[in-house]
Structure formats: C-alpha cells, structure tokens
Design a protein around this ligand. Structure first.
Ligand code: SF4
Length: 324
C-alpha cells in the first residue's frame, strides 16, 4: 500500500450558530471524528445528503477551514503548517457551479492564468503558453481565450474551471459536485475528462457527490457520510455489490429512482434528513433505519473494520448484534 498523499485524522468541526433573537447560541457539529486516507492517483468518492458535512470536510482538506480538533495531513505533514499559497500549489478545488466560480468580467485566458499570477510564477509570455496548453488539454478551442464566461456553454465553463484548477499542476484536486449543475448529456463528458486527466497528469481526486451513479463511474474507494460521520468506507466495487450500512443500502436504492440527481427519496427512509442542530441520540440514522434495534437510539455504534474498509453500525458489532 502506498503512503497516503492526503489524510484527515480524527477531524472534527463545530460552528457556533445563532438560534435567533433571545434564543441564544447553539453548537453545530458539522464534522465529527472523521478519518480518511487517500492514496496517490486514487479517487475517493465522498457521498451523502446535503448537510451531511461533506463540503465542510472538503473545505478543511483545502485549508479553507481549520479543524476544531484533529489534523489534515498532506504527504504526512499537517496543512496547518502550510501557508495558503503553498497549499494551493498542491491542492486545488473544482466547484459545483462553474458560472458563479468564474469572474464574469474577466476573459477565459485571464481566469485560467489567475493562479500563476497570484503565485507570481513565470512571465506573461509563459502564462499565455501554459493557458493554451491547458485549454487544449481540457478540450477548449483556443479561440475562446478572449471570450467571457457568459459566452460559453455550461460544459465549457466547467472545462475552464478545471483548467484553472490544474494550471499549477497540483497533486490533489477536490471536486465538489463537479457535474451536478450541468445538463445530463454534458455530465458524462466532464466525468470522462476528469478520468483522462487523472491518468495523464497523475492526479489524486476527492470527489464529493450525493449521486452514487457519478461516484461509481469514477471513484476507486467510497466513504459514505451521515450527519458529520463516515458511516461506511470500502472499495467502490465492494460497496456497490455488497453495501453494509443500512444508509448505504438506501443510497443505492436512490440511484434506481427516475431522478438520481435528487437526494434520497423519503419512501425508502420514512423520515427526512434530521436537523443537524438536533441530532438524534445514539446512531444518528436510527429514526430512518428499518433495521434499528433498541440499542440504536441509546448508544452510538463504534467503527468496525470490515472487508478492506469499515462500517459504523450495531449490526456489525459482535457485542451487540449479528456480525456482518
Ligand atoms: Fe440502523 Fe442501528 Fe445500524 Fe444505526 S446502528 S444503521 S439504527 S441498525
């Protein structure tokens, strides 16, 4: 096994939120005791419903948020010791909505070359050459270099966002719902582009999505998040052929619905996603779980190592129930 390129080690993030006038403040546990380890040139899919904490985890991996506890390590070194510019050379994001992440007043060549200019790398002539190379690599015609984002299609805009993320040749790219704002017909093109670029440039991806069909297509491993915790992690093929956690099973059922881009349908789970400010006791999934037992509402399950992965569920805990 290769040494991990990026890791989260028992990472937690809490926010203090206001409950409104005269109601005081409350603690929101957005990420809770999360550990992940990503090998070079692999793709970790991070899945879960909106509000499960996956984007907060991504922001900590990017160094945009500091963990309340725990560490994020890049090549074994805590990212808290990196300045933002150094970290940005090695870890770059691709966000969901290419339109809002691109400056509408700048032309495409200026947008793609921005990281080089911010970092003070190279010369004006060198920037132009690198932008042209990168545009070719992501499948953008050179004639678009002097266009504005509003003149491009959604797919072209996402290719610009990808080119900007890769212009400094980072090692790790964190893709936060990179295709969910695109037409279905364009989504596959962008996913295939990301796969090609991974091989060509030796990239490592963390792919955040609530859509398991997208994750199955591209990820080598999958971590499933629920209310701030990773409840199951496994190789992609194993997770899709034999999901262990009841929540993962429900997610897989949602892939079979006519609109897989939507969150999990209530029909499989009984109740909607709980309020993160008032998480259920014990296993946070218990109000929606068809397999729950009395202990599930009283005690949080511990992590059980399983099949080249892990699961957090009392069904897999020898002391409390049947083994998986
Ligand atoms: Fe369901 Fe209990 Fe497992 Fe939670 S711990 S997923 S409630 S069976």
């Amino acid at each position: 096994m290769n040494s991990p390129i990026i890791q989260a080690c028992k990472v937690a993030k809490t926010f203090i939120v206001s409950r409104g006038l005269f109601k005081g403040k409350q603690t929101l546990q957005a990420v809770n005791d999360v550990s992940i380890s990503v090998e070079p040139q692999s793709v970790l899919g991070l899945v879960g419903e909106s509000g499960c904490g996956k984007s907060t985890l991504a922001r900590m991996l990017l160094g945009l948020e500091s963990p309340s506890s725990g560490d994020v390590l890049l090549n074994g070194k805590p990212v808290s010791g990196f300045d933002q510019k150094t970290l940005a050379k090695q870890v770059q994001p691709i966000f969901q909505d290419p339109f809002s992440s691109l400056n509408p007043r700048k032309v495409i060549s200026s947008i793609i070359s921005l990281p080089l200019r911010v970092q003070g790398i190279g010369t004006r002539t060198g920037w132009r050459t690198q932008v042209e190379e990168m545009m070719e690599l992501v499948g953008l015609p050179r004639r678009l270099a002097s266009s504005y984002p509003s003149q491009l299609s959604g797919g072209q805009r996402q290719r610009v966002a990808i080119a900007r993320a890769l212009i400094m040749r980072p090692d790790v790219v964190i893709c936060d719902e990179p295709t969910s704002a695109l037409d279905v017909s364009v989504q596959a093109q962008i996913l295939n582009l990301l796969l090609d670029l991974r091989s060509e440039l030796g990239l490592t991806y963390i792919l955040i999505s609530h859509n398991l069909a997208v994750v199955e297509h591209i990820a080598t491993r999958v971590a499933v998040m629920y209310l701030g915790r990773i409840v199951e992690e496994a190789d992609t093929q194993m997770l899709f052929t034999k999901p262990g956690h009841p929540y993962t099973q429900a997610l897989l059922q949602s892939v079979l619905t006519p609109e897989p881009q939507l969150d999990i349908p209530d029909t499989h789970l009984g109740t909607t996603f709980p309020n993160p400010l008032e998480p259920p006791s014990g296993c946070a999934f218990h109000p929606r779980c068809a397999s729950r037992k009395p202990i599930c509402s009283e005690q949080a399950p511990s992590k059980v190592s399983l099949r080249n992965g892990s699961v957090q569920c009392h069904l897999f805990n020898d002391a409390n129930g049947s083994s998986g």
